[in-house]
Design a binder for this molecule. Sequence first.
Ligand SMILES: Cc1ncc(COP(=O)(O)O)c(C=O)c1O
Length: 325
Amino acid sequence: MALAEYFGMQHAVLIGSATDGLTLAIHKLCADRNGAILTCGHGFVAQIMASHRIQKPVILVDCTLETGQIDTNHVEACLRKNDIACLYVASLHGIAAPLTDLRRLADQYGIPMIEDFAQSAGASCEKGLVGTYGNLSVTSIYPTKPLAGIATGGAILTNHTDHADWCRRGRFFGLDAGYANEPLVHARMSELSAGAALRGLSYFETLRYEREQLFKRYQQHLDTTFHGPRALPQDGSAYHHYIIYVKNRDNIRKQLQQKSIGTGTYFPVTLLEHQMSLGHIETFEEIPNCYFHAKHNLALPLWEGLTEAQIDYICETVLKIAEPA
Ligand SMILES: Cc1ncc(COP(=O)(O)O)c(C=O)c1O
């Protein structure tokens, strides 16, 4: 209830993980529709795992390098030429996907939109909060995510009462429906995790503000030399990742590790490269930006509790050894 209120939505259904929530969302909105699931080639593997669980084909489009988010023009071109069951939009790195435009396109083509805001709870697109644009919007609640919890968990937001009821039934073997012919997943969130998630909500804004200060310090030092995905000026960020594009990324990571600076990559391969294990995936035209992002993205440490002196040390070291891609 508190979560739904925070986002100004009618329903929040707590769930065992975002991946389970996405599986239910895709099942509810796409299983009975013809066509493929349209999503971006840059993203987390859960994006296609959920589609794979209901054996739906996936079509990948490109991202933009300015924001690291799905490219609206590419989505529009793909919708014109393909039979699409639903639009799956992930807002990544703490940044909002172009949700206003994508919502308009989904409505224009009469298809549902699923939001995955596991990495961007707290971000906003123009005036609306990320998580409020999808027919079903799913987030992760996990210690390292913007919406923190104590264990794996997630939530589904929606304004559709029947969708919310269906997800509540579906999350625990369909038991509440008396073993009805519905997807049977074991994806409850425990009462203990739900309590911790509720407590986490009271720190949500404070922690976002702390990350914002650290993010801005990185920007002061590095944004004139390196580029990386950034929120548009009219949007609000959740400051989840600070990413720059560098040459010889993997080598730079090793050198930084030797200087006690741990880094990440989100993500080192495109979703197309997961198709060996998951199948049913193709791209709509080329996705060069997704490949560029996968090859060059370097995420620098960004979590509450880092000091300004630590950020300064990281930046000095990066400026000495890394070159912009
Ligand atoms: C964009 C995105 N979607 C979905 C997930 C899956 O979240 P969960 O671990 O709660 O299933 C993640 C996890 O990192 C993610 O980054």
